[in-house]
Design a binder for this molecule. Structure first.
Ligand code: OGA
Ligand code: NI
Length: 341
């Protein structure tokens, strides 16, 4: 069923039928807990060995962590958030100029996840952009609001630096050379999803985004400072990751799980809705070059006991990405298709 944008300003009093999940697949919000020991990492710390150890523990246990003192300026973030709100607040006529339900098209303003393929839709609108190299893509970005291109370019540049800093820490935390990930991932792409979840009349019946793992290498998420919605699956239980205004949420994508030979986890996560307020989240995805060959880092298995082997087979990111988009979002972990026998 085709759905069109839901950020219309109209407040539904009941959930339209095409968003209602079957009983067996609902958020069960009363069973979600707070994650008390969710890692909060100050990445400006000069105690490198402690920092690297914190990263290791966070990536191995949760696949998710928050960073503060991350180097992305507050003004850059504030401007990005306000231009995103302005964008979704534009008239329907203006927004529909950018609308597409073709998942291969960028930039595109769309809704749900993959509307043409899904049986049940998700309570989300999103703007998807390619952001690297900026000069190649900026001309195709929205020209309204008028400050959009300038504000988003600045944000993308600063976030990319943060991404590289974290990739270095992740490499070191696996006992690899500092530049290991950067070298393997090649000329990394950068994609952005500006997610907008309008208030939802019946949050118990639907998702903003259903459970998924991210197919890329690393995700840098800016959460709405005041509205909760992100949840992660740990030991079979859903936990809420409540926002901290000064922090980014970082998560390991499928490619870093493969490169770490499964030591680090690309964890299931989802976004739920609420009745009160719209929620904005801005996800920046660091993506391997299409031709990058992903294979479990040799030092992580080669020197180990005889039976130790790479869990995953070698593949290119292009091959992985194609497989990812040929599935439903909430099917099996996509990496299971790339296991060694
Ligand atoms: C995503 C995602 C979570 C959120 O865009 O991949 O997981 O809180 N977003 O919006
Ligand atoms: Ni995600």
């Amino acid at each position: 069923m085709a759905a069109k944008l839901i950020s219309t300003g109209f407040r539904h009093t009941t959930l339209p039928e095409n968003y209602v999940r079957p009983l067996s697949d609902r958020p069960r919000l009363s069973q979600v807990s707070q994650l008390e020991d969710f890692p909060l990492i100050d990445i400006s710390s000069t105690d490198r060995s402690r920092l690297v150890q914190q990263i290791h523990q966070a990536c191995a246990r949760f696949g998710f962590f928050q960073v503060i003192n991350h180097g992305v300026r507050k003004a850059t973030i504030d401007e990005m958030v306000s231009v995103a709100h302005e964008f979704f607040g534009m008239s329907m006529d203006e927004k529909m100029k950018l609308y597409s339900d073709d998942p291969t098209k960028t930039p595109r303003l769309s809704t749900s996840f993959n509307v043409k393929e899904e049986e049940v839709n998700n309570w989300r609108d999103y703007l998807r952009l390619h952001c690297y190299p900026i000069d190649k893509y900026v001309h195709e970005w929205p020209s309204n609001p008028p400050s959009f291109k300038e504000v988003v370019s600045k944000y993308c540049r600063e976030v990319r630096e943060l991404g590289f800093t974290i990739e270095e820490l992740i490499s070191e935390s696996l006992g690899l050379e500092k530049d290991y990930m950067k070298n393997v991932l090649g000329e990394q792409g950068q994609h952005m999803a500006v997610n907008y979840y309008p208030p939802c009349p019946e949050p118990e019946l639907t998702y903003g985004l259903p459970a998924h793992t991210d197919p890329n290498a690393l995700t840098i998420l800016l959460q709405d400072a005041t509205v909760c919605g992100l949840q992660i699956l740990i030991d079979g239980h859903w936990f809420a990751i409540n926002p901290r205004p000064d922090a980014f949420v970082i998560n390991i994508g499928d490619q870093l799980q493969a490169l770490s030979n499964g030591v680090y986890k690309s964890v299931w996560h989802r976004a739920v809705t609420n009745t009160e307020k719209p929620r904005l989240s801005i996800a920046s995805f660091m993506c391997p070059d299409n031709g990058a060959v992903i294979s479990p880092a040799k030092p992580l298995w080669e020197a180990k006991e005889e039976e130790a082997k790479p869990i995953y087979r070698d593949y290119t990111y292009a091959e992985y990405y194609k497989k990812f988009w040929s599935r439903n979002l909430d099917q099996e972990h996509c990496l299971e298709n790339f296991l060694n026998d």
